[in-house]
Structure formats: C-alpha cells, structure tokens
Write a protein that binds this ligand. Structure first.
Ligand SMILES: [Zn+2]
Length: 79
C-alpha cells in the first residue's frame, strides 16, 4: 500500500471498518512512513477531541472535508 492508499482507507481504518487484509497492509505502511503515521495520529486525536472520546460515527461532511485536506496535503507527491 502507498500513501494514497492509506489516505483512501483512512476513515475506514479509524472507524474500525477496514478489511483485515487491508488493515495489515496499512499498518505495515505506517511502520516505515512517518507522514502517514502523523496523519493517522492527528486524525485520531482530532476525532477524539471532536467526539469527546466517545465512539461516534464520523459525520459525512467532516469525513469529506478531512479527505479533501489530506488529498491536498499529498497532492504534491509524485505517484
Ligand atoms: Zn505514507
């Protein structure tokens, strides 16, 4: 899995909805990619603050905005 794949699956990963095979790939990527580790950490923290640590479904507009921001962040990256 590459950085774009991580971003694509990020919300499912954080929600715990990710397919176990994809989750393993994603976590393998995180071990050697500081950028994605930081994005995952920051996203988890933002959601915890947003939801007051309760397991709440991320509203779709928040999810869309998050994805847009992450795409922009990674937009510079060569494919
Ligand atoms: Zn990455």
């Amino acid at each position: 899995m590459n950085c774009k794949g991580v971003i694509r699956e990020l919300s499912n990963y954080i929600d715990g909805d990710l397919d176990p095979g994809l989750k393993t790939e994603l976590e393998r990527h995180l071990k050697h990619c500081e950028d994605c580790t930081m994005i995952v950490d920051q996203t988890k923290k933002s959601i915890e603050i947003l939801c007051d640590s309760k397991p709440v479904e991320l509203p779709s507009d928040v999810r869309l905005r998050l994805h847009a921001a992450l795409r922009q962040k990674l937009g510079r990256e060569p494919t």
